[in-house]
Every structure is written in structure tokens, then in C-alpha cells.
Design a protein around this ligand. Sequence first.
Ligand code: ADP
Length: 267
Amino acid sequence: DATIWVNSRALHLGEGFVLLLVEDRTESHNLEETRRDFVANISHELKTPIGAISLLAEAVQSAADDPKQVRKFAKSLETESLRLTQLVQDIIQLSRVQSADVAGGTSEVDLQLVVAEAVDRNRVLANKKKIQLKVSTTDGIRVFGDLELLTTAAKNLIENAISYSDTESPVSISLRKKSGVAEIAIKDKGAGIATDDLDRIFERFYRVDQSRSRATGGTGLGLSLVKNIAQKHLGEVQVKSKVGAGSTFTIRIPLATAPIDATGSKK
Ligand code: ADP
């Protein structure tokens, strides 16, 4: 056939001619596509709270004579602007972790401090749902990395465990050493996640049940951040879950005592 492919575009030459220009651009093309998807998703996600805020601002003005209505709209304005703030914070943190060089050679981080701070940041939320946070840690567990990022990862997992559990359902958080790696596990007895969704929950903006998830006020970026943070620390995050029974998310990171070679793999 008479077709030329130039930078993935086909040029038709007419019958009888064949010209092939082959260039392997798969990787850069995929990166570019991912970046474009991300920007498109962000724009879409930002439009929701921004749209709500401008509508609510109009509503406040037209309800000026009715203090009760004004208070109601003002409350919704607050909720939507908090949502917008959270979204922007998550996006900034995600791009920060994707560009950060945090693995190996950076400071040693005591994971007991990380867990304590992550638990602290969830106290208010846990109390609101009368959820007991059962914490069990071992001291002296250190990894190379970024204290704030690791705290964010643990905080996000605890926050999800609380958000996707019923009131009074306990959440267990443990920190231990296991065969050369540090392991932080967060276990809940909440909603659980269907097998089909398990592979996708770490994708940016992926949420299992839009309406239920929206009611929890999350951004759909929490687990994506956790995964990126774990990988930046040469680690991983895994999930085991059963619908109706609950979920356990486990972050594993090489211990600071294990030497790390230039390629970033543990010796
Ligand atoms: P969100 O802001 O929606 O919580 P996440 O990226 O943190 O975004 O999580 C993605 C989705 O995975 C959530 O919307 C929820 O459907 C599901 N999920 C995450 N953690 C849990 C959990 N502990 N139990 C049940 N479902 C969960």
C-alpha cells in the first residue's frame, strides 16, 4: 500500500508506492501519552470543585436576605474549597515524589516516628467514627529516605482504612522487620475491595465506587501517591482484600542497614 508513517502519522502517496520510515518512539510516546492523560484528568477533577464554588458563590448572593440559606451555602463553599485544596496538595505531592531523588544516600528515617506521626494525623478522623487505632511497633527500624513522604504514605493508608470502614470497626497498624525489609501493615475490617478493582486502585484518580468514594471526600490520588513513594524508596506496596471482610495494605522498604548499589537494587 502507499502509506508512509512519519512520527506515527501516515502519509498516503497513492497506489504503487511503498515508503516505510521506522522509528522506535514507543517509550517516549507512552510517556507523553501518560503525561497528557494526567493533565486531562487533573483538569477534569479540578473543574468539579471550581464549578461548585462559583455556583455556590452566586447562590450566596441571591440568598442574601435569608441568613439560614446563606449559612447553608457558606458551609458547602467551605467543603468544596477544602476539597480543592486537598486535590491541589495531592497533585503537588505526586509531582514532587515523581521528580524527587529520595532513595539511597539520603537521611536515615526512623519508621517508628513515621508511624506515630501518621497515626496522630488521623486521630480526629478516627475519633469521629469511634474507630480504635491499634498500634504495634518495634523500635530501631530505619530506612533511607524522606520523612515527610513516608509519613504521607502511612497517613494515606490509615486514612483509607478508617474511611472505608464502618463506625467502631477497629484498624490495626503494625511496624516490624521481616527478612531484611521494614514492613508497615495497615489492616481494616471494612468494605473490602473486589478482585477486579485490586489492580486498578493504585491508578491515579481511580475510585471503586464513585458515589461512596466521593462521600468520603478523597481525591483518588492517595494510593497512587503511596505506590510512588514506596517505589522511590526501592520498596513496594501490596494489598490483600476480601469484599465484606476487609483489607490489609503492606508497605515494604529495604532496611537502612542493607547496602544499596548504584542501580538501586539491594545487595
Ligand atoms: P480515595 O481518595 O478515593 O480514597 P485512593 O487512591 O486512596 O483514593 O483509593 C482509591 C480507591 O480504592 C478508593 O476510592 C476506594 O474505592 C478504594 N480503597 C482504598 N483503600 C481502601 C480500603 N482500605 N478499603 C476499601 N476500599 C479502599
